[in-house]
Design a protein around this ligand. Structure first.
Ligand code: HEC
Length: 188
């Protein structure tokens, strides 16, 4: 290989490392490039997850008269494949829970609620190797963040232990994830 080519390859590797950020070099799973910044900050991946990711399932918040909220949860199709094989979420799995408001009306099937406007997101990123020790968004094998309104880039979450963990304790035995609501994780 000529020296010039070697130098060009070196420059490309450096450019890739800068692009993905320190701690997320080329061999890191995609989930980190999509959802995690240089210092472990988390964002909602800028991908069309509604179309290109798997819908894990939907939780409906029941109100008195109508559904009060619809929570739709998505992940990468590869994560579903791996989970079906191993029963575990692989390193780099990103779980997006999209919060929908609801619209309720009489339809020919009955009184029906459907997804309305997006009101925010919760995101979890699987970190099987403890990359961000000491960062309060990371622990128990995941990165954790909430996003309000339509700001999918800046999370108000400061500390998952205070803001997320207690509520996920009932799901501790399934890696903190409420898998019972996600039929796609099991073959029909
Ligand atoms: C009030 C309790 C509560 C709090 C606080 C909470 N969660 Fe959850 N979370 C749940 C429950 C219950 C579910 C499943 C049912 C649902 O969506 O209502 C869930 C589901 C999720 C899901 C979908 C995957 C799964 O685990 O099933 C993500 C992602 C998530 N939460 C992330 C977070 C993050 C990040 C935080 C903190 C910023 C957080 N949650 C705080 C109770 C909570």
């Amino acid at each position: 290989m000529s020296r010039r080519i070697v130098t060009a390859l070196g420059a490309a590797a450096v450019a890739a490392a800068l692009w993905f950020g320190a701690g997320a070099v080329a061999e890191e799973p995609d989930g980190f490039a999509l959802a995690v910044g240089q210092n472990g900050q988390i964002r909602v991946p800028d991908v069309d997850y509604r179309q290109s990711w798997s819908l894990l399932g939907v939780y409906v918040v029941n109100g008195d008269e109508k559904a009060d909220g619809i929570h739709a949860v998505y992940t990468q199709p590869d994560a579903v494949t791996a989970y079906r094989e191993t029963g575990e979420f692989p390193d780099g799995t990103v779980l997006i829970k999209e919060l929908f408001g609801t619209e309720t009306s009489d339809m020919t099937t009955g009184n029906i609620s459907r997804a309305g406007k997006t009101e925010g997101w919760f995101v979890m990123v699987k970190d099987a190797t403890g990359r961000y020790a000491g960062n309060p968004l990371w622990g128990d094998g995941w990165g954790w963040a909430y996003f309000a309104g339509d700001d999918s880039r800046t999370s108000p979450t400061k500390d998952y232990q205070a803001e997320c963990k207690a509520c996920h304790v009932p799901a501790k035995n399934t890696d903190w994830v409420y898998v019972e609501g996600y039929p796609v994780l099991k073959k029909k």
